[in-house]
Design a protein around this ligand. Sequence first.
Ligand code: SAM
Ligand code: SF4
Length: 348
Amino acid sequence: MRPHKLENQSPAAEFPASAPLIDSYARRIDYIRLSVTDRCDFRCVYCMSENMNFLPKADLLTLEELERLSAAFVARGVHKIRITGGEPLVRRNIMQLFRGLARLFDQGLRELTLTTNGSQLARFAQDLADCGVRRVNVSLDTLDPEKFRAITRWGDMARVLDGIEAARAAGLKVKINCVALKGVNEDEFLALVEWAHDLGMEVSFIEAMPLGEDAVHNIESFLPLDVVTEALSRRLTLSPSTHASGGPARFFDVAETGGRVGFITPLSQHFCDSCNRVRVTCTGALYTCLGQEDRTDLRGPLRASMDGAALHAALDDAMRRKPRGHDFVAQWSGALAPSKRPMSMTGG
Ligand code: SAM
Ligand code: SF4
């Protein structure tokens, strides 16, 4: 066995430079979404129930393990890491991880980013920028404080808006993620786009996916995004954009505002053929598809040896098993049972 990592040595040095991650459908995986906690300071109705049972802290990968794991992915050609959760910024000492991941820019990492509910952004925006984060996705489904409270159950919209301001002041590009919810924010799509574009921020709309204990609720509030496109097109001129984010969104330029709108449509127009990403939970379970149950344990192999051999073998095995696509449509139509695994578990 090789010796444990030396102080200040980049964890990437422990892993042999290895072959890129390519699945059995010839899709190259160069993007990971890494969940660092299943906990959150909000309880969004489409994501969590009010009384959540969270994982025992002992089950979580340590910050050092999350860093080693990320280094292994980067050694296999991953060049984009999105930190997510749960709410990533509620994990204790989370900036230690960001500082560690910043070292991977020398190893081939090109983009380090995060998805956040924004509640802690005012506190961390400058530190994130100092770690090389250039853009953040902030989830915001409404501009109405009362509706915001109803959707998030525990959230305070003013804090999120302060967080967005702090991020912009720190020079971070902010993108707003908005889940389109039937009967909830249908009347606000235009206002959200105008507000965001006015501040130089992109907006992406997301279809509610049938995930978690309350999946049925998501099916009831599901709104296909062509409804959003129609609502926006009544007032704005949308034309397909050549922009690609490396994620699943399709983009449109808006003539009147000069901004961009993205649409993430896992159900109405799925994007599995060009899937380039995998997700890792905070316990080290690798999900090669958001909408499938198959997973590969990476925590065992990660802890088995410091040289990463078992880990790389597990990654290869997972690549062979990555499914062609998700089953959301069958789940939505009732042909298949929806996944009990919430988005907060797999990482959004
Ligand atoms: N807590 C952070 C946040 O809210 O941005 C990061 C994790 S959250 C699970 C990531 C994204 O998933 C958020 O934009 C959230 O709106 C979205 N999300 C959660 N559950 C969803 C669902 N069932 N369908 C569609 N999007 C969902
Ligand atoms: Fe928390 Fe994000 Fe899930 Fe809302 S969507 S409950 S903020 S993890």
